[in-house]
Write a protein that binds this ligand. Structure first.
Ligand code: DGL
Length: 269
């Protein structure tokens, strides 16, 4: 079906999900909106974030005629997507449920860690999602979570490594190394950009899980079932929009994302 798939996040983080989707479904057209003019979401009241998510999702349907929406933002998902799912007539995918399933499946010892924004962790969304996912395994799951304020800001500045990043990562992940988690879910779509430092701090025995691939598989399966996928022989287009400074979005976006992101447009709220 010749309509694009819409994706949104507060900024660059959702590009990790866009990457997985484009790699898996290259024939599709994509419209990505990064709400960099209002980022970060993680420290804002969830009611505000729910309002932003609603504007973005309605714009993707009304202005870009998307056939499905991928909410590539854990904080927006934690704020609640039920109203959007009632209001809009397109499938709406999130990253929390696929992430929780992936981390529970990947854990051998059942000591699972989740990190995310203050909004995501304090909402309890992962406690519920991991609880649901753990019903499908015989391994007893023990969940430890930590909010990581500051990580998103590093990514949005393009600062992905170095001493400052290391010091903050070590400090905020200390409860998880103490809990001896064997698997760690990066419960914010920005965090895979910091995976090298996070991996160094957690050590080689801890498996890092990002929800991007799992989400892409779920989108692919559902859209195939709904007969909404384009023919694999087609060549898809990609549009990237930002509510903030478009030149910054293009420059940092292409550094993070690569050659698919060579131009950015302004998204008007
Ligand atoms: N990337 C988003 C998430 O997955 C939000 C980051 C933020 O703006 O705080 O939660």
């Amino acid at each position: 079906m010749d309509q694009p798939i819409g994706i949104f996040d507060s900024g660059f983080g959702g590009l990790t999900v866009a990457r997985a989707l484009i790699d898996l479904l290259p024939a599709e057209d994509y419209v990505y909106i990064g709400d960099t003019g209002r980022y970060p979401y993680g420290s804002k009241p969830l009611d505000d974030v729910r309002g932003y998510a609603s504007e973005l999702a309605h714009s993707l349907v009304d202005d870009f005629n998307v056939k499905a929406i991928v909410v590539a933002c854990n904080t927006a998902t934690a704020a609640g997507l039920d109203d959007l799912r009632d209001e809009l007539d397109v499938p709406i995918f999130d990253v929390v449920t696929p992430g929780a399933s992936a981390v529970v499946r990947a854990s051998r010892a059942g000591r699972v860690g989740v990190i995310g924004t203050v909004g995501t962790i304090s909402s309890g969304a992962y406690v519920q999602a991991v609880e649901r996912a753990s019903r499908q395994t015989d391994v007893g799951i023990e969940l430890s979570s930590a909010a990581c304020p500051g990580f998103v800001e590093f990514v949005e500045r393009g600062q992905l490594s170095g001493d400052e990043v290391m010091v903050l990562v070590e400090r905020l992940l200390a409860p998880l190394t103490e809990a001896k988690v064997d698997t760690l879910l990066l419960g914010c779509t920005h965090y895979p950009f910091l995976a090298r430092t996070i991996g160094e701090v957690m050590g080689p025995d801890v498996v890092l899980v990002s929800s991007a691939d799992e989400t892409a598989f779920e989108v692919s399966e559902r859209l195939r079932e709904l007969l909404l996928l384009r023919k694999p022989s087609e060549v898809g287009t990609r549009r990237f929009l930002s509510s903030g400074d478009v030149d910054t979005f293009r420059d940092l976006g292409s550094a993070l994302f690569g050659a698919d992101l060579v131009a950015a447009e302004h998204w008007e709220r």
